[in-house]
Design a protein around this ligand. Structure first.
Ligand SMILES: [Zn+2]
Length: 394
């Protein structure tokens, strides 16, 4: 059994212990006592050194704690341990912040905490509610930060499950002695993790993304130094956008909305003009082309059109009398074809037959169709075949 020093003193950063077992050629050590926190309860393990060798993982192994080292330890049984203080402090802030947020969720909205996750970048809280409104999120964040400034005590006690059960936020999963973490006047939870000593040490609490997950809602949160770093990154990004728009940070949202409305209006005007230009081009080409013996005009689109221009051109041709039109975008080996309604042919069927010969893909309606071919050389083969297709006026 390993005596867990962090149970009684989460601020301990160095300690001395004795090795009781060496496994994996000295890469896995079991000690009589340890301040290293093993991964459990959603909180990641500590990092640091044991006997000067880096600890890469700490595993909860029943009654014992296993310390996994980056290299074999060959030294004496008496070892000195050093915890990575910055990492521990960070997770203590996130973890205690989570207790506080879970307590406020109960206090304000009666939302139970379903699960928690502490990641290197992001921490989340899954709450038993189908939705959270922006106003509720702001209220939750404001209340949590008020409780931080009140600097309430966070105490750890050991109590019997039967005695403490009525006061717990969440029913205990077992009997016997429980480690109880209490935020004064707010929250009582059974927990084996590491916590700061008062809510002031949590620092600022920032709520960010809200996401629906099954019937619950997941809220992303950041505490302390992480919250400040994130707010700094957010502000820098927003300032960068504001500078590009020659606007103030608070003007960005309405300005981006106005710009995207303008862009949508312009795109629709551009599309309309493109269709008009395509109609004039098709008509001019039609008038400059003589019909063949069966009265059909066969038009080839000018080279260099974009996909949108080609699409608009062939659909304009489809509405002219007795016309077959073809064209290609060579860069993407895209081919388009149209057949007027007064001809005895179907554009989609014609194109599919030609594409099948060369292993291409595509399709369309009776009037217009579009597809792609595998090689550059096949573009002209298919264009010529479509342009020369046997069709007649109905
Ligand atoms: Zn805890």
């Amino acid at each position: 059994m390993t005596e867990r020093l962090y149970y009684h003193d989460a601020s301990l950063r160095t300690f001395d212990a004795h090795i009781v077992e060496r496994a994996d050629d000295g890469r896995r050590l079991f000690l009589d006592r340890s301040a290293f926190y093993p991964t459990s309860g959603g909180q990641p393990h500590d990092l640091g050194t044991l006997g000067g060798i880096a600890v890469t993982d700490v595993v909860d192994d029943g009654e014992r704690v296993a310390h996994v080292l980056s290299a074999p330890y060959q030294g004496p049984d008496a070892v000195h341990g050093v915890i990575d203080g910055a990492r521990r402090r960070d997770y203590m802030q996130q973890h205690t912040g989570q207790h506080l947020l879970s307590g406020v969720c109960e206090e304000l909205f009666k939302w139970p905490t379903v699960s928690v996750h502490f990641g290197d970048a992001v921490c989340t809280l899954e709450l038993g509610t189908p939705a959270i409104s922006p106003a509720q999120l702001r209220r939750l964040e404001a209340r949590a930060n008020t409780l931080v400034t009140e600097n309430r005590a966070v105490d750890v006690t050991f109590e019997d499950a039967a005695d403490v059960a009525p006061r717990l936020r969440k029913a205990p999963g077992r009997t016997g002695t429980l480690r109880i973490v209490t935020i004064a006047g707010l929250d009582v939870s059974a927990c084996g993790g590491t916590h700061v000593r008062s809510t002031g040490e949590i620092g600022a609490i920032l709520l960010r993304r809200v996401e629906k997950i099954r019937d619950n809602t997941r809220v992303e949160f950041l505490c302390g130094d992480r919250a400040v770093r994130r707010a700094r990154t957010d502000f820098d990004a927003l300032s960068d956008i504001a500078a590009r728009l020659s606007a103030g940070v608070d003007e960005v949202a309405p300005l981006v909305q106005a710009l995207s409305d303008d862009a949508r209006t312009m795109a629709s005007a551009h599309k309309k003009l493109g269709e008009e230009v395509a109609g004039f081009r098709a008509r001019a080409q039609w008038e400059g082309t003589l019909p063949d013996a069966s009265g059909v005009r066969r038009l080839r689109a000018a080279e260099g059109m974009t996909a949108d221009e080609l699409r608009a051109f062939v659909s304009a041709c489809a509405s002219l009398p007795a016309t077959v039109s073809v064209g290609a975008v060579r860069a993407t080996r895209t081919i388009a074809v149209s057949v007027s309604a007064d001809l005895d042919a179907n554009a989609g069927t014609l194109l599919k037959a030609e594409l099948q010969n060369v292993g291409g893909r595509g399709g369309g309606s009776a009037r217009t169709a579009q597809g792609t071919v595998p090689t550059d050389a096949q573009v002209d083969v298919v264009l010529d075949a479509l342009l020369g297709a046997v069709v007649g006026v109905v």
